[in-house]
Design a protein around this ligand. Structure first.
Ligand SMILES: *[C@@H]1O[C@H](CO)[C@@H](O)[C@H](O)[C@H]1NC(C)=O
Ligand SMILES: *[C@@H]1O[C@H](CO)[C@@H](O)[C@H](O)[C@H]1NC(C)=O
Ligand SMILES: *[C@@H]1O[C@H](CO)[C@@H](O)[C@H](O)[C@H]1NC(C)=O
Ligand SMILES: *[C@@H]1O[C@H](CO)[C@@H](O)[C@H](O)[C@H]1NC(C)=O
Ligand SMILES: *[C@@H]1O[C@H](CO)[C@@H](O)[C@H](O)[C@H]1NC(C)=O
Ligand SMILES: *[C@@H]1O[C@H](CO)[C@@H](O)[C@H](O)[C@H]1NC(C)=O
Length: 325
């Protein structure tokens, strides 16, 4: 901690002394073209990443997400938005609230506390106590290592976690962690290049499209089937219990989604009752029964939902097929 005192007196413009943690407001790049902007104080973060050679992912997470529909859950809870490039790949968002179990997260896993709660914390989450090395042989770097060691595949023993800073600053240079991939145990090194310390430039957050709540898919919306697959003999029927994972959106005062179905193979093999189901923000968790009747034998078939209203129109129907054999 001695070096931190020097930092505070001589280099106070660097802000709080944060070693062995990241600065609370920071923009940095990392391996593979990852760029991250974190503003822990205002609870917002951005990152962009070349997901594949042709696909780029840009994500935002915020406590108060801009352009949310007033009074919607998105206006009250943390929201994460993922934009894919090229734009034809679509975009999606999720809300961290009691119906958020189907959510996704592109940011550090320790930020997603429980299914319904999210918090923008430090980029780094050490699992062990960290020790500041007294070794003064490095004049350029501060070195921290975990108080526990891990054994690699080749029996080499290393600290489980390490982090290096530019000497007497809060500028992280690289960190290491010992990870297991199946049978393999290796030390993974991540390099960092600080772009700025202090409140991140607004330009990162200005990339959020104003119409995201209308054009992007709500990852929280989905159907629960019980069972998801059925075997039905000829002239027999089977019941599927159906409910929704989250309340449909209220759009122009209407919070109802209508679900119809289509069968892809053997269109004349089945009929079902009722022809359509309606769910709204009050009854979405109450199961309704779809009865499927086989009138003719045939190959394996899939029933796909067709949605209308409630924000479900952009949901991928492929994810919610009923398999019938
Ligand atoms: C990521 O992709 C963009 C757009 O294709 C490209 O301009 C950029 O150089 C790539 N960055 C890295 C680190 O590969
Ligand atoms: C490492 O540090 C943690 C947190 O300070 C402590 O709980 C733990 O007992 C320490 N382990 C060893 C082996 O010293
Ligand atoms: C101190 O650091 C030097 C250079 O990084 C290293 O060779 C040496 O083993 C270290 N000594 C201790 C006691 O960690
Ligand atoms: C949403 O906004 C983007 C850019 O801001 C625009 O290109 C797109 O056409 C808009 N989509 C709709 C459906 O309004
Ligand atoms: C199913 O019912 C139809 C009409 O009642 C009958 O003609 C047919 O033989 C029945 N098929 C089987 C396999 O029971
Ligand atoms: C509300 O939306 C549902 C589903 O699109 C539709 O069937 C219904 O007619 C709508 N109700 C009103 C009052 O517009």
């Amino acid at each position: 901690m001695h070096s931190c005192l020097i930092l505070l007196t001589l280099w106070s413009y660097f802000g709080d002394c944060t070693q062995p943690y990241f600065p609370r407001q920071v923009v940095f790049s990392s391996d593979g073209g990852l760029i991250v902007a974190i503003d822990e104080i205002n609870q917002r973060a951005y990152q962009t990443l070349n997901y594949t050679s042709t696909e780029q992912h840009t994500s935002f997470v915020m406590q108060h997400f801009p352009y949310a529909v007033p009074d919607s859950p998105q206006s009250k809870y943390y929201v994460q938005l993922l934009l894919r490039t090229p734009p034809s790949l679509g975009c999606q968002y999720g809300t961290y609230w009691k119906y958020g179990e189907q959510n996704f997260n592109d940011f550090p896993v320790h930020w997603w506390v429980t299914e319904s709660s999210f918090e923008i914390k430090n980029y780094i989450n050490f699992h062990f106590g960290m020790i500041h090395s007294k070794n003064t042989s490095s004049i350029d770097e501060d070195y921290w290592y975990s108080n526990e060691t891990c054994m690699l595949e080749d029996k080499e023993i290393l600290p489980c976690e390490e982090i290096y800073f530019k000497k007497n600053t809060e500028i992280p240079l690289r960190s290491t962690v010992v990870v297991r991939y199946g049978m393999q145990v290796i030390q993974e090194i991540t390099n960092y290049k600080i772009i700025s310390i202090g409140k991140p430039d607004e330009k990162y957050f200005d990339l959020i499209p104003k119409n995201w709540s209308v054009v992007c898919q709500d990852a929280n919306l989905g159907i629960i089937y019980n069972p998801e697959a059925v075997t039905i003999d000829s002239n027999r029927s089977s019941d599927i219990h159906i409910s929704l994972t989250a309340p449909p959106h209220r759009i122009n005062g209407n919070d109802t989604v209508r679900i119809r179905w289509k069968v892809t193979q053997c269109k004349t093999c089945f009929k079902w009752i009722p022809e359509q189901l309606y769910f709204n923000s009050k009854n979405f968790q109450t199961t309704q029964i779809l009865t499927i009747i086989r009138i003719k034998n045939g190959p394996l078939a899939k029933m796909f939902p067709i949605f209308k209203g409630g924000g479900f129109d952009s949901i991928s129907t492929d994810d919610y097929s009923i398999i019938i054999t």
